[in-house]
Design a binder for this molecule. Structure first.
Ligand code: XLS
Ligand code: NI
Ligand code: NI
Length: 438
């Protein structure tokens, strides 16, 4: 291990009464919950961009973070140093996975050819570190939104040569993801949307977006990339309207273009709230459609209308998220990638550790509470009972799709509605609270 963060030792589990701020109180990787080790349920991931390349920049000010690599001026030397730093951080935090965009790991050069050469060089370093540590790649992706060429979109750009460039970039990113045994590959269309309908051919843009995804599927078959493809929904920011608005929209889009068997969803908490949904809502919609794939774990500030990407500390959200994930049978290829960044004022190295510890402990506790709720069948029993009228009689006929409007009318003419029961929302919310209080 490089010794870049020598002031911080490996973070250990010390139990809930620990007074050591640099320790886990709930995340005990080998502890078995609902038949599986915590680390295998949670499959935590580190986001390379927020953790290694983010600097605390916002629209009103430049970088604030104080980092050991700040003085390195050679771009490639800096990129290599960051790889070493990333792996040391993951080792010290016990984070078993990471996620990256192509442009996070290696700087873009003047030509695509040289950019790709740089990527290969850094991938060599990453590969060696993965071998040394056993840390794995949860997913890779390509950044087709930062460079000015993508100002009007990538797959949805009105300019065909931008589409071609994005395809070339995705092709390379898939190749390096495959080389690093990535378990998945994410498509987040930062600029796949529009600012104004006055200058936009929506039908053509949607068709082109679907074509890009189909081409990626074809290429995956060609090179034997077996990782899971994910779409990450987000309603807005940077574009005013993004085509991958929310889980429901993405599922409809994928079905329209016959792509639904090839993709799952990567649900991000802050994107859910930007879309006017809860995190649990997005997970539920993905789950009931058999498309829950992976999670970008973070939280937004509900008083602000943008993606603040804070480390998740909201225990309600974590419990309900783990509830959906457990009911889905747990992660298969996915995991909890902390697409989370420190506040601009949290500029010390220690803050990185505090951020990850808070997120990991929150989800560890969330997992335990959710497992207990499921074990006790708290909500399942209530829900099953609430819908029990579909188990027999007229309800069973409806569920079995055996009757039409005429039979339903005949039934209604004979039976007044007399079986409505209370939804008991307050009682259920109190029960949830009591499980969280412990
Ligand atoms: C941005 C997205 C992005 C994706 C990966 O809002 O969350 O970080 O996760 O491109
Ligand atoms: Ni994300
Ligand atoms: Ni985001």
């Amino acid at each position: 291990m490089a010794d870049i963060f020598s002031a911080v030792k490996k973070i250990e589990f010390k139990g809930k009464d620990s007074k050591d701020p640099l320790s886990f109180r709930y995340y005990n990787p080998d502890e078995v919950v609902a038949g599986k080790k915590m680390k295998d349920h949670l499959r935590f991931g580190m986001s390379y961009w927020h953790t290694l390349t983010g600097g605390g920049v916002d629209v009103f000010g430049s970088k604030t973070y104080d980092r050991p690599w700040d003085k390195i001026t050679d771009e490639m030397e800096l990129a290599e140093f960051r790889v070493k730093a990333a792996f040391e951080l993951m080792e010290k935090l016990g984070v078993p996975y990471f996620c990256f965009h192509d442009r996070d790991i290696a700087p873009e050069a003047d030509t695509l050819e040289e950019t790709n050469r740089r990527l290969d060089k850094i991938v060599d370093v990453i590969e060696a570190e993965m071998k040394r540590t056993g840390i794995k790649l949860l997913w890779g992706t390509s950044n087709c939104f930062s460079n000015p060429r993508f100002m009007h979109g990538a797959a949805t750009s009105p300019h065909a040569e931008v589409f071609a460039y994005a395809a070339a970039q995705i092709k390379k990113a898939m190749e390096i993801t495959k080389r690093l045994n990535g378990e998945g590959y994410v498509f987040w269309g930062g600029r796949e949307g529009y600012e104004s309908l006055l200058n936009t051919d929506v039908k053509m843009e949607l068709d082109n977006l679907a074509s890009m995804l189909q081409l990626a599927c074809d290429y995956a078959d060609e090179i034997g990339f077996k990782g899971q493809f994910y779409i990450e929904p987000k309603p807005k920011e940077p574009t005013k309207h993004q085509y991958d608005f929310d889980a429901g929209t993405v599922i409809g889009f994928l079905k329209t273009y016959n792509l639904d068997k090839k993709f799952k969803l990567n649900i991000e908490a802050n994107h859910a709230t930007l879309a006017g949904h809860t995190f649990q809502h997005e997970l539920r919609i993905a789950r009931v459609n058999g498309m829950l794939g992976s999670v970008d774990a973070n939280q937004g500030d509900l008083l602000l209308g943008w993606d603040t990407d804070q480390f998740p500390t909201n225990i309600y959200d974590a419990v309900l998220a783990m509830y959906e994930i457990l009911l889905d049978g747990g992660f298969k290829t996915g995991g909890l990638n902390f697409d989370s960044k420190l506040r601009r004022g949290s500029f010390d190295i220690e803050d990185i550790f505090y951020g990850y510890i808070s997120g990991m402990d929150t989800f560890a506790y969330g997992l335990k509470v959710a497992a207990k709720i499921i074990e006790d069948k708290v909500f399942e029993k209530f829900v099953a009972d609430r819908y029990s009228s579909y188990k027999n009689g007229i309800g069973k006929d409806i569920a079995d799709k055996k009757i039409g409007f005429k039979e339903l009318e005949a039934y209604a003419l004979k039976h007044e509605v007399s079986t409505i029961t209370s939804g008991r929302q307050e009682m259920l919310e109190t029960i949830l609270n009591n499980y969280i209080f412990g």
